[in-house]
Ligand binder design. Sequence first.
Ligand code: MG
Length: 371
Amino acid sequence: MRLEAVELRRVALPLVTPFRTSRGVHTERQALVVRVLTDSGDGWGECVAEPEPSYSPEFLDGALLVLERHLLPLLFAAGAAGGLTAAGVAPALAAVKGHPMAKCALEMAVLDAELRSEGRSFAERLGAVRSEVDCGVAVGITPTVDALVEQVAAYVDAGYRRVKLKIEPGADVDRVRAVRERFPELDLQVDANGAYRVEDIPHLAELDAFGLLLVEQPLPDDDFDGHAAVAAALRTPVCLDETITSARVAAHAIAVGACSVVNVKAGRVGGYLEAVRVHDVCRAAGVPVWCGGMLETGLGRAANLALAALPGFTLPGDLSASDRYYRPDLTEPLVMRGGRMRVPTGPGLGVAPVDEHLEAMTVWVRLARPG
Ligand code: MG
């Protein structure tokens, strides 16, 4: 393909339920939507970086800067004369270190354009073996325990097959106990986003009483030895999220006993093609994986559904229906039925922005061309 231009678009989507993080309460999702314009047609991508660098060092304004100043010139150098492929995007951008979410957005858009022109779906290209996937939901830290139990009850009623609770020091064991007492049979797991330290292992071991599927990222990203110590001390399986930045890191984490489950997020590892390689490494090692979520719009949600249909994704992901977050979504809504969502089968992502929604949600648009 020949790359003719890249459109960068800042969008703002009102959130159905405000999402609380350590940096405050978010009532809308700001995102960066990427459209590549090629001689074979357009493709759509999404940068999942958050407004603040609190999940990882990447953040939205930084991603924009690195895209415009560093990544787009490299992509144009690789693709302006033709010969651009999705598989060639990561090598073309490798001179820039880090910034996996910005890189993922570009690769996703090029992959969408490539697959649309070939009439193939993301699911087919990534190696999906299922036509629908189980849905789980992530619940943030609510102001009170009662509010948490109430929110979980609403998601259970809606049909979600697994619930993940965010935890942090001071908001953990009592909350998990309250939810477990109300829902003795629920598939339940917790995510600490690195909020604990090795010294907290005896406290974390109290979570073993609740029959959790896993505890996700209890310690900071770079603490392989610490996670191995947690894994040795707890019966609850340890899952890593932030730590796993590539297939190579996944292989290392498994080899040193730092985890026995992996959360796969394409944005965190630089693209959907690397996400498949993470899956492959884990599957070969007998380590189950599941698909994480970053409050994606329908674009990223559709790609995640394709990824989660690969054979090693044996646990329900943070794959929620569009209306868990957005009414309306940027695309036609992706809906859940009986606790499952269908994997899109149309060319490329199988979804595209609805013009009217895209216009209404756009904060600004910029068009970049080669040279
Ligand atoms: Mg996580």
